[in-house]
Design a protein around this ligand. Sequence first.
Ligand code: SAM
Length: 218
Amino acid sequence: MTDFTRARQTMVDRHIKPRGIDDPQVLAAILKVPRHLFVEDALRGQAYGDYALPIGDKQTISQPYIVALMTAALQLKKGDRVLEIGTGSGYQTAVLAQMVNRIFSIERLPQLARRARKILDSISCAHVQIRVGDGTLGWPEEAPFDAIIVTAGAPDMVDVYCRQLAPGGRLIIPVGGAGGQQLRRVTRISADQFHEEDLADCRFVPLIGRGGWPESPS
Ligand code: SAM
């Protein structure tokens, strides 16, 4: 067992299982994905701590517990078609890629999308499709999706995502102000019926785009 494999097991045993995540497929996926490959070399020693880390361009790789919580909340089945908004480092994408065969991921920053593509290809996740663009528009050509995961904070519910869900489909999205958000799950019951639940408090970088926050001047 390498040091990184051991560190991953410790992270799952200390920070993920004790907080109620017990879905064996989610735990297996987290144990398999080498998170240290998704962070800068200088931060590799911190890759298995339970916190977000910077990945450049004012963006972050998500906290492992939140990745596990969001993945479990999606209630994935192998044949599901999944849309992810905010590829970022590609870590959450790689976790999803252990569980389903069809993943469509959108990132607005081309340099992050390129970096994620390289890492994902190096760990046999070539089946993930990545598009550069405004993810608040969803991916209409590939809709409907059985699951949609949004990894940046929206000011309000984004109706486009609800409309791109298949019947029975689940959307996980952080919604709220810049100070913090509520992680929400929306399940599409039928063509015009949706069930909404609050899952947890969370804090994500902003979802920037036509259906999200305006870009702040740098
Ligand atoms: N889950 C990712 C990971 O584990 O590395 C972290 C994602 S990071 C918290 C949020 C990402 O959403 C950033 O890379 C940001 O550029 C991206 N983002 C923000 N607004 C977006 C939009 N409208 N469309 C696509 N990506 C967006």
